[in-house]
Design a protein around this ligand. Sequence first.
Ligand code: UDP
Ligand code: MN
Length: 296
Amino acid sequence: QRRCPSDFADIEGDFLFVTVKTTKQYHRLRLNLIASTWISDALLLKGRNDKPVVKVAILSDAVDDFVNTMIGGRMVKSRCPSSHNKTDLCCKQAAEFDLYYGEPKLAKWYCHFDDDNYVNMYQLLAELERHDASKPLYLGKSSRGMVKLKDVISGNEKGRVAFQFGTGGAGFCLTRVAMKQIKPKVSRTTGGLGLEGLCRKLPGLSDDVAVGYVTGFYKIGLTQVPTMHSHLEKLSALSQDDIRKAISLSYTRYKSYENTIQLSAFHNVTPSDPTRFLSLHAFLKPKECSRRKRAK
Ligand code: UDP
Ligand code: MN
């Protein structure tokens, strides 16, 4: 099992490409938190020939210079309207896909996360390594079971597309093989409107449901990953062990309503940590890495 940044030397570079969507009003409260915790740590993982294992790109309505520099210039201003309405979020997801397709070398895996996700990159990479990336795969956490909608892609009036989708707020991943298959229907670089066009044809479709729809259309089923967690779950019910094994975690805070993970008092390192992400980051931080390096 890999535990330290130096444990990835056998992995080819560009193993994983991650995109996160955010919006200008969340830069201060959400983006800074993830940029200074899991994202900056993920960028330290070095594979074969010292190539980065993970690249992270961020899509927003404005570029934050500090974060942009930190992630190697991969913070991009979208041409999508900055609203929470479903079509606009589909536009953003399409733009996220296009950040992947625009890379000179396509990573073996693509993952999306929201800006209120904490990603444990060691757990995520371990999960991805367990799967055969030469297959078209779609990994995520379903929150709704099977969905059946009319087929607006093939033009077959009576056709139906049946699928499960990975909840966007828990994150989802696709292999390069799957990404190439779905490209004609999600990317805007191929001439069409991409995922946004699909969301216009099926009003009310959320961006994550739309991703499931397209993968379903191409008969790529969802592989369930129970250790991905969105704030649709009761996060305080997760045990310390669940938290340690989680690939992704999240939070919501709305007035007096709070849905956050609960770390034992010992690990609650900062009193002013409403999301618990700072405490979580400290809780997960491997203690032995620097010591082991010195011993060599
Ligand atoms: N988001 C966005 N534009 C908006 C509102 C939200 O791009 O106007 C992004 C936000 O940054 C997050 C995702 O959409 O990555 C989900 O937003 P949020 O967590 O606010 O809502 P939820 O759908 O989880 O209730
Ligand atoms: Mn959210």
